[in-house]
Write a protein that binds this ligand. Structure first.
Ligand code: TYD
Length: 204
C-alpha cells in the first residue's frame, strides 16, 4: 500500500517546522513511522539554494526559482521511492512555497509553470497550512532569532507571501487543504493537525 504524502506549508515564523516534528513524534509513539523531509533539501542543489537565501551567493530571481524546481525534481525521486515502499512522508515545504516566495519577484503563473513537471509527478494527499498573520510571524522570528538572517523575513514580505499562498492553494482541491489557525499554543495547534491527518493515514 502506498504511503501518504503530507506537505507542511506556512510563512517563516508560522511554527510549521515545530508542528511537523510534533506530528512525526506523535505518529511514531503510536507505531506509525513517517519519514520527515524538507525543501530545500540537503543535496548539492539544495545547498546552493541555501547559499543564495543566506546572501552568501547572489543570483537572478529566475535562477533561484529554477534551482528550487530542480532541487525538487530530484527530491521527488527519493520521496516517490519512500511512498512506493508504503512509508508516509511529511515534507516541510513543497511547490506551494515556490509560488509563495519566488512569486514575490516573478509572475506566480511562471513559477507554477516551471514546477508543472513536479506537480504532474507528485501532488500531496494533504497540505497542512499553518495560517498566522504577519505580525505574529514576525514576533516569532525576532524572538527565536539565530545568526543567519534570511532574505524573506520582513513583515511586508510575509504579508505578500500569505497572499501568494492563497493563489497557490486555489489550484488544490479544497478537501486536500487543512488550514490550521496558528495563533494558539503549539499544543493546541498540534492537536488540531493530528485530528486532520490521523484519519487520512488510517484510511490506508
Ligand atoms: P525553511 O527551511 O522552511 O526556513 P527556516 O528553516 O529558516 O524556517 O525555508 C527556507 C527558506 O526558503 C524560507 O524563507 C522559504 C524559502 N523557500 C522558497 O523561497 N522557495 C521554495 O520553493 C522553498 C521550498 C523555500
Amino acid at each position: 500500500m502506498r504511503g501518504k504524502f503530507i506537505v507542511f506549508e506556512g510563512p517563516d515564523g508560522s511554527g510549521k517546522t515545530t508542528q511537523l516534528r510534533l506530528l512525526a513524534e506523535r505518529l511514531a509513539s503510536e507505531g506509525t513511522a513517517a519519514a520527515t523531509e524538507r525543501e530545500p533539501t540537503g543535496s548539492a542543489l539544495g545547498t546552493l539554494v541555501r547559499e543564495v537565501l543566506s546572501g552568501r551567493r547572489v543570483c537572478a530571481p529566475q535562477t533561484l526559482a529554477l534551482l528550487f524546481s530542480a532541487d525538487r525534481s530530484e527530491h521527488i525521486r527519493d520521496m516517490e521511492r519512500l511512498l512506493g515502499e508504503g512509508k508516509h512522508v511529511l515534507c516541510d515545504r513543497y511547490v506551494f512555497s515556490s509560488i509563495a516566495y519566488q512569486g514575490l519577484d516573478l509572475p506566480t503563473e511562471w513559477v507554477a509553470e516551471i514546477n508543472r513537471p513536479n506537480t504532474e509527478r507528485l501532488m500531496p494527499d494533504a497540505v497542512v497550512y499553518i495560517d498566522l498573520d504577519e505580525r505574529d510571524c514576525m514576533e516569532h522570528i525576532t524572538r527565536g532569532r539565530d545568526a543567519v538572517e534570511e532574505i524573506f523575513e520582513t513583515r511586508e514580505k510575509i504579508k505578500r507571501v500569505r497572499e501568494n499562498y492563497e493563489y497557490a492553494f486555489s489550484r488544490l482541491s479544497p478537501e486536500r487543504l487543512f488550514r490550521i489557525d496558528g495563533a494558539r499554543t503549539p499544543e493546541e495547534v498540534a492537536r488540531d493537525i493530528y485530528a486532520c491527518v490521523r484519519p487520512l493515514i488510517s484510511e490506508g
